[in-house]
Each structure stands twice: as structure tokens, then as C-alpha cells.
Design a protein around this ligand. Structure first.
Ligand code: SF4
Length: 285
């Protein structure tokens, strides 16, 4: 019997991440070149770019001390005020904010200007959510989980506009929306979950149901990879979160096993390929 390896079609870079990484390479000859935060949650790619002279800047204070140059805004996007501060500090901007995230910025900006209270469903510490919040001109509430939604207590005549972090799990989103609707507010619901994330999650869940071992490749700090891992783990006990092939060292793969592989949105194709090759090479009888 030959080991079967099934790689999810949706594994690896999504459209927004691919576009952001390409924008760095397109500008690589225009130094000094900076990215506002790591361009993707993948240490290998960030280190490779650093070797090519692309510096990661974590905040405005750091940027102000540096030689003037171009700053690339990554796919997560940033608060509205950051654009002004970067320009006023004498730097130029290459905006690689994912168009799907940009769309949320516009919704939040428009609806908050109309007087709506903005609700963002997502992780309050995630840069994408911090960026989205920064486009609201008025009160903004972040709901992270079902408990937060249950605790929501604002006047009943409040107009709400609800958006979601693009990488939110759809089932969690639905559960939270139902709780908000049950409270009887006037609410405009904008489902801003990215299809790429949902497709990747659905494919991963289906794949992990039919394999003996499931490998989820991606940065340990990548929230979409961690979510992917959790969804797969719910279906398949033998699910492993792999950042590089070093994480596979203690794993044994045998001939009669079916191995499933998926990867987060920040995982380059070459790392997926390395993992496939490694699994094939460590196959035992
Ligand atoms: S997951 Fe979707 S919204 Fe986020 S960067 Fe990728 S394509 Fe854009």
C-alpha cells in the first residue's frame, strides 16, 4: 500500500497576502523600503525580505527615526490616522491593504458618519480589527465572543452597523449575530468574512474527517492558521500545527496512512512543498 497525501486546494497564500508580498518585491529596488508590521505572519518570508534590505517597522516612533523612504501597508490595513502620520513624517506609502479589508474601512467610515454605532466582531488585539476600528468616527464596540454579545446593553433605539474580522469563523459569527438580533436593535449586518477564509476552513474540516493525520502549516502567531488547526483538531485527533519541517521531526508516517495537508493564508508554496517532500521521505512500512 502507498501512503496517500491529500493537499487542500485552498492551502497557502490567499489573494490579499499574495498581492501584499508581490508589492514588496515590486518595490524592492526602491530602498529604503519598510513594511508597517511584518508583511505576513511567516518568519521565513520576513527574514528573507530582511536579508534583501526590507525593514519591518512596528510603530510610528520607530519609523520617525529612520531614513525617509517607502512604507508598505500590509494586507491587514491600518487606522485612517496612520496614513496621515506616515505622510507627515516625510515617507511615501504603498498601500497593499487587501481590497476586502479596505471595503470594511469604507463601510465603517460611512456608517459611523451617518451616526450608527459600529460593532466589530473579532479579536480586539488583532491588527486588522485595530485598523478597522480606526476608520470609525464614533463609538465602536468590539465583540470577541458569545459572552460579549450577551452582555451588550445599549439603548434600544441605537442604530447599529455590524461588521466582522475577515478571518472570523462563520459559525461563531452566526451565533453572535443571532444574539444581537434577539436584542431587538435596528441593525445593518454586513457579512465581511472573507470567502477565502471560509472556503479554506470548510475544505480543511472536510479533509480532516477522512484522513489519519492532518498537518496544518503556518506561523505559530498566525491567527487564521491557529483557527484552522483548531477546526481540524475537532475532527481529527492527530492534527499537528507545523511552522517548518523541523516541527515534523518526531512524527512518523506509515505506508497505510492517509495524510491531509492544509496551510494558512501566509504560508508560501515552497514550505508546503518541503513538508510534502519530508512526509514522503520519512514514510515507514
Ligand atoms: S484572508 Fe481574505 S481578506 Fe484577508 S487578506 Fe486574504 S483575501 Fe484578503
Amino acid at each position: 500500500m502507498i501512503m496517500e497525501i491529500i493537499v487542500a486546494k485552498s492551502a497557502g497564500f490567499c489573494f490579499g497576502v499574495d498581492r501584499a508580498v508581490k508589492s514588496v518585491y515590486d518595490n524592492i529596488s526602491n530602498k529604503p523600503l519598510y513594511t508597517y508590521g511584518p508583511i505576513i505572519h511567516n518568519l521565513q518570508v520576513v527574514n528573507e525580505l530582511e536579508d534583501k534590505g526590507v525593514k519591518v517597522v512596528n510603530n510610528i516612533e520607530e519609523l520617525r527615526k529612520l531614513e525617509k523612504g517607502k512604507v508598505i501597508i500590509r494586507s491587514h490595513g491600518v487606522e485612517e490616522k496612520i496614513y496621515e502620520i506616515i505622510k507627515d513624517s516625510g515617507f511615501s506609502i504603498v498601500d497593499a491593504t487587501c481590497p476586502y479589508v479596505k471595503k470594511i474601512h469604507h463601510i465603517v467610515n460611512d456608517y459611523s458618519k451617518k451616526g450608527d454605532t459600529i460593532i466589530i466582531i473579532g479579536d480586539s488585539t488583532h491588527p486588522e480589527v485595530i485598523g478597522i476600528k480606526g476608520w470609525s468616527t464614533r463609538e465602536t464596540i468590539i465583540i470577541e465572543n458569545v459572552e460579549d454579545a450577551k452582555k451588550l446593553d445599549i439603548p434600544k433605539d441605537t442604530h447599529l452597523c455590524v461588521v466582522a474580522q475577515t478571518t472570523l469563523n462563520y459559525l461563531k459569527y452566526q451565533e453572535i449575530i443571532e444574539i444581537i438580533l434577539d436584542k431587538g436593535y435596528h441593525v445593518d449586518i454586513k457579512n465581511t468574512i472573507c470567502r477565502a477564509t471560509r472556503d479554506r476552513q470548510e475544505e480543511a474540516i472536510n479533509l480532516s474527517k477522512k484522513v489519519d493525520k492532518m498537518l496544518v502549516i503556518g506561523g505559530k502567531h498566525s491567527s487564521n492558521t491557529r483557527k484552522l488547526y483548531q477546526l481540524c483538531k475537532n475532527q481529527c485527533d492527530n492534527t499537528y500545527h507545523i511552522e517548518t519541517i523541523e516541527d515534523l521531526e518526531l512524527l512518523v508516517f506509515s505506508k497505510n496512512e492517509i495524510i491531509g495537508i492544509t496551510a494558512g493564508a501566509s504560508t508560501p508554496k515552497n514550505i508546503i512543498q518541503e513538508v510534502i517532500t519530508h512526509v514522503r521521505n520519512t514514510e515507514r512500512n
